[in-house]
Design a protein around this ligand. Structure first.
Ligand SMILES: [Zn+2]
Length: 311
């Protein structure tokens, strides 16, 4: 095993100004290898902030095993504060396992798969709602037979107030589908912070990562969790959620984690003079997990995604 301490490795990407920076933090004792990823989407700052802080305060003398830290997975999108890559318009979270000969984001996905995900024994991918969308803090995991028990245990260990189970097979192109293909337990985290994460959310992320590390036996102790989680289920595919049918001013009639019924009006879109253009209703019974928070919406923007109770 590598000598204890922090090492940075820069992997060249298709964009010379944005190499993939990967840090390994090796502890003094043997143990599992945990991969931690942030900023797969460039407008989600919780991951980079949590992981850069973790690198500062974690003492290798108190660590068993190794962290592989990738705080700025999509450095190009992070620099532009955009969800997708400006160079090719691709969503890194739809590009795995990637293609070394493909578009810049596909090259990047292949590098992350090779140097961050596949060398690990477990993966935590830190996302958030980004600028325009709100959601509760939750841990999501795939319900594949080979990894479901370890995935759920990690999701519980993180201590988020909501745990979202996604039925197998997990949608392709994700870090989680890449991990699942190699039998590596994985979870992802979401919260509503986006471009302005609060101290509360950053603390939840930092404490959660430490709880996962303690669960894996990498550190001795971690902060205790406060509450029992709410369990929900559903595919969680934001590409197939309720989208705005027109551009305009949007007002939302429901709140996060509300129980909603099929047909229940959830959004009104008006023109700038206040004339009602559309009322948008829920398509199915469920629990609201993602809600638009920007008052102006463009046609095709995500308005809402929901899940179902998972008892
Ligand atoms: Zn994301």
């Amino acid at each position: 095993m590598t000598a204890p301490g922090l090492i940075e490795t820069c992997h060249p990407t298709a964009l010379s100004q944005h190499p993939l920076r990967v840090f390994t933090l090796t502890g003094v004792s043997p143990g599992p290898v945990l991969a931690l990823i942030g900023a797969v989407h460039g407008d989600e700052l919780e991951g980079p902030l949590t992981l850069s802080a973790l690198m500062q305060y974690l003492d290798p003398a108190r660590l068993c095993g190794q962290l592989i830290l990738c705080p700025a997975a999509n450095a190009e999108a992070l620099a532009a504060s955009t969800r997708c890559s400006p160079s090719d318009g691709l969503n890194l979270a739809r590009c795995f396992p990637g293609d070394p000969k493909g578009a810049p984001t596909e090259v990047l996905a292949a590098l992350i798969a090779e140097h961050v995900i596949r060398p690990a024994d477990a993966l935590v991918d830190l996302h958030s709602g980004g600028g325009p969308v709100d959601c509760p803090v939750f841990a999501g995991y795939g319900d594949a037979p080979a990894t479901r028990t370890a995935n759920l245990a990690m999701a519980r260990a993180f201590g988020a107030p909501v745990i979202w189970r996604h039925p197998a097979p997990i949608a392709s192109g994700r870090t989680l589908s890449e991990a699942d293909a190699s039998g590596i337990p994985a979870i992802y985290i979401e919260a509503g912070g986006g471009t302005f994460p609060t101290e509360d959310i950053l603390e939840a992320y930092s404490d959660g990562v430490r709880r996962v590390m303690a669960h894996l036996g990498m550190i001795d102790s971690a902060p205790l969790t406060a509450t029992a989680p709410l369990f929900v289920a559903g595919n969680g595919d934001l590409d197939a959620a309720i989208m705005a049918p027109a551009s305009g001013l949007c007002s939302c009639r429901v709140s996060l984690l509300d129980k909603i019924s099929a047909g229940q009006p959830c959004f009104d879109i008006t023109d700038i003079d206040g004339r009602l253009l559309h009322t948008i209703a829920a398509q199915a019974d469920g629990i609201t997990m993602f809600l638009r928070r920007s008052r102006w919406v463009s046609k095709g923007d995500l308005l809402m995604a929901s899940a179902t109770p998972d008892d």
